[in-house]
Design a protein around this ligand. Structure first.
Ligand SMILES: [Zn+2]
Ligand SMILES: [Zn+2]
Length: 178
């Protein structure tokens, strides 16, 4: 999806409104996530040719599984792009990825939109903030109620720490811990 920025280059406009849908490639979805819509992009490119700023919101539908209880979760992910834009050839260092580069009076939104989704999509999605997950012993979905299992086991990471503390205490005298 390319935005024609000629009106800003030639100085007849100080902004261009943007509203478009971009088909995001499946590879942009994290593992276990499927996008269920195109990315809806809306916002504005504003400024003059030496000082352009792109500000737009992105919304995309997704389907995945809850990271705790593995139930299906559908939702809309929202993120945004807020970046300066320069014409190709205008920057000393075009590797500087602070900037989006417009070629031949056109700004291609496909890569910046896809990048914004890849970078910002959450690592873990929960069906709800307080999802209780599955019982580690019997596998019951604890959102449906307690199963009665005794799950007062020590977190393995805490167990390592506990053993270290015990070792430390052995080698020391006059310790006032415990
Ligand atoms: Zn859940
Ligand atoms: Zn259980």
């Amino acid at each position: 999806m390319k935005i024609d920025i000629q009106p800003i280059i030639s100085g007849i406009a100080d902004h261009i409104d943007i509203g478009c849908d971009i088909e995001t490639p499946a590879e942009a979805a994290p593992d276990d996530v499927e996008f269920t819509s195109a990315a809806h992009v809306s916002g504005r490119l504003s400024g003059d040719v030496r000082n352009m700023m792109l500000k737009c919101g992105i919304e995309i539908g997704y389907r995945t599984r809850c990271a705790r209880c593995f139930c299906d979760v559908e939702g809309t992910f929202e993120t945004e792009i807020f970046k300066p834009v320069a014409l190709k050839g205008a920057l000393d260092n075009e590797e500087d990825d602070e900037y989006l580069i417009a070629e031949k009076a056109a700004l291609d939104l496909f890569v910046p939109v896809t990048d914004a989704i890849i970078l910002n999509f959450p690592m873990r999605v929960l069906c709800r903030d307080d999802c209780r997950g599955l019982c580690p012993k019997c596998g019951r979905d604890l959102n449906d109620g307690d199963c009665g299992c005794d799950t007062r086991e020590i977190d393995p990471r805490l167990e390592v720490l506990r053993q270290l503390l015990v070792k430390n205490d052995d080698g020391k005298d006059g310790s006032d811990n415990n």
